[in-house]
Design a binder for this molecule. Structure first.
Ligand code: XIL
Length: 383
């Protein structure tokens, strides 16, 4: 993949854009250094910088967000519209309308377009794994359905979606294969089958393995083993995505650095695919990003509902800077850094794992204003 030519000279500044979308006075940059003016230009030849977008962006409902995406990022990932439950809600029924909008938006803006995701245990309807009597499907039945799904979806976007998260979250925390309906019904080879089918459906699209908590050594080693095994048995895998749903104290920069080296040891690029930093109090010591996790709100778990104090704004910025220093140091291995969302107001962390909290995980604030972390990252990357 790598590298879309720098658009340094033509991008409007965030501040100008901010004014242009009618959001009041522009926040003042801390220095008057004029360039670069966007994340994608600041990251320039190191790696692509992206954002996950909901349907509100391509549909035009979130116009200010769309402008931010166009201005700041050179790659997009769909937050939901290409997941099984959206694109293939009923047997034999595909809904490509939001997916088509998503891809058209990326094309209109010259972006590297990622498709997320083909084979996953979450956001996948129950009927996928069960027959009409509610009994588990057989291996052959599920394989046939997987083949139909991947070839229909990848085939529909052939030549237009540039990279697919073919398999999402197949590993357990210890690096072994996780117990999922895909594995229970098909067996361990469901992963290689998925890559084979995706490769046949679009030989030119990049194909990725994607998972969370790959910053932890056992899981990083498991992912490297898995992908190396696929490559050695003749399967095409073009990159490993570490989701990057991080906390303020995890992973430590040195840990992340080692994990990137482990993942890159298979000879494929590493991508940080779903970056955000959760600074809200954790419900438990769980550091994963299992969308099936749910917690109840209780006292103390939503401390910044009225706003984020400057000290926390600074701490978030310091944390982003230390993570980006790792990505920059390893930019020979890291091809892409994609944030999971655009502004704090629509981040999934407002509703996961606890519904109804006020979260601050991204670089743009609740009204779309660039945060301290944005300005500091721009400075660090410009150096
Ligand atoms: C999340 C979306 O952001 C939410 O809108 C949705 O309700 C649940 O899924 N890992 C993934 C992503 O691979 O697909 C998840 O996205 C976040 C965790």
């Amino acid at each position: 993949m790598k590298r879309i030519t720098s658009l340094l000279v033509i991008a409007p500044t965030v501040a100008a854009l901010w004014g242009a979308v009618g959001c009041g006075p522009a926040p003042q940059p801390e220095t008057d250094v004029p360039t670069p003016t966007s994340l994608k230009d600041a990251a320039d030849l190191r790696f692509l910088v992206g954002a996950a977008v909901s349907d509100a962006v391509p549909s035009g409902q979130a116009r200010a967000d769309s402008l931010l995406v166009i201005d700041q990022f050179d790659t997009i990932t769909d937050e939901n519209v290409l997941k099984w439950e959206v694109v293939h809600p009923e047997p034999g029924t595909y809904d490509f309308e939001p997916g088509d909008r998503y891809v058209a938006f990326g094309e209109a803006n010259g972006m590297f377009i990622v498709g997320h995701t083909l084979v996953w245990h979450s956001q996948t309807p129950r009927w996928v794994f069960q027959n009409e009597a509610g009994e588990p499907k057989t291996r052959d039945e599920l394989l046939a359905l997987m083949e139909e799904h991947i070839s229909t979806v990848v085939g529909h976007f052939k030549g237009r979606v540039h990279g697919w998260d073919v398999v999402n979250e197949a590993l357990a925390e210890d690096g072994s294969l996780r117990d999922s309906p895909w594995r229970r019904i098909i067996g361990d080879d469901f992963i290689e089958k998925a890559f084979e089918i995706a490769n046949a459906a679009d030989p030119d699209a990049e194909l990725y393995y994607n998972d969370y908590s790959l910053a932890n050594a056992p899981k990083a080693e498991g992912a490297a083993r898995l992908v190396l095994g696929l490559i050695e048995s003749g399967h095409r895998v073009d990159g490993i995505g570490e989701q990057g749903h991080y906390k303020m104290d995890w992973p430590a920069p040195a840990r992340l650095d080692s994990a990137i080296i482990t993942l890159a040891s298979v000879g494929r690029p590493v991508m940080i695919t779903e970056l955000d930093i959760d600074l809200l109090p954790a419900r438990s010591r769980d550091r994963g990003a299992d969308v099936g996790l749910r917690g109840d709100m209780s006292e103390g778990l939503d401390p910044y509902a009225a706003g984020l104090p400057d000290s926390m704004q600074q701490a978030l910025s310091d944390r982003y800077v230390e993570l980006f220093r790792v990505f920059m140091d390893r930019s020979d291995m890291v091809d892409r850094v994609t944030f999971w969302g655009i502004t704090d107001s629509t981040s999934w962390l407002n509703y996961w794992p606890i519904f109804g909290r006020t979260s601050y995980p991204l670089l743009f604030g609740r009204g779309g204003e660039p945060k301290k972390a944005y300005h500091d990252l721009m400075d660090v990357m410009a150096r």
